[in-house]
Design a protein around this ligand. Structure first.
Ligand SMILES: [Mn+2]
Length: 194
């Protein structure tokens, strides 16, 4: 079985104590999940919003991330809004599904090519649209990166092979430190298939 090496790094808006981004992971026997939530605004209010969405989400793990986002949207209380990206990996087959709503980027850097998985335009809880599931197969050597919109210029990275040689924890931290802005929460999930 392939090893799925997952890490995240989360840096608040400059001067804030807490981040309104919430990257986190979950595993069950068959599936490995990675979730990135970007609560609207920043500081304490955005942080609490992202936390409350995360708390709700843990009741709806499903191999179908688009369905997870729909369930979640239906159950959120008013005045809660966020962007969200959900990646689900089948640990036996390495088949993945990704679905996103709002400004979350998901990039798969393979040995031969790089794929950008688009998120559907909208805002969880406030401006819902049903989201598309992207699917594919992950292979040893692949790197998956999920980023909040505090990270920019990811497309300008040309030498991904240098990143791929690093540990996932180093990749996530480097991407935030190098490509994150001080004027938004910046977070990154890095997943290496070993
Ligand atoms: Mn943001």
């Amino acid at each position: 079985m392939n090893e799925i090496e997952k890490s995240q790094f989360n840096r608040p808006f400059l001067g804030e104590r807490v981040s309104g981004d919430l990257p986190f992971f979950h595993d069950d026997d068959s599936f490995s999940y990675a979730v990135l939530i970007d609560g609207i605004g920043h500081g304490d209010s955005a942080h609490l919003m992202a936390e409350s969405i995360g708390q709700e989400l843990i009741h709806y793990w499903s191999p179908n991330p688009s369905r997870m986002i729909t369930y979640l949207n239906d159950r959120l209380s008013k005045n809660i809004g966020a962007a969200i990206g959900v990646l689900v990996i089948n640990k036996n087959t390495m088949k993945f599904f990704y679905s996103g709503l709002g400004n979350i980027r998901c990039k798969i850097i393979g040995n031969e090519s790089t794929t950008n998985l688009t998120s559907t335009d909208g805002i969880l809880g406030m401006r819902y649209r049903s989201t598309k599931n992207h699917e594919g197969i992950l292979r040893p050597g692949d790197l998956v990166v999920l980023c909040s919109d505090g990270i920019s210029k990811l497309d300008e990275i040309e030498n991904w092979n240098r990143f791929k040689a690093l540990k996932s924890s180093t990749i996530a931290r480097r991407i935030v430190n190098k490509y994150g802005t001080d004027l938004d929460d910046s977070s990154c999930i890095a997943i290496k298939i070993n």
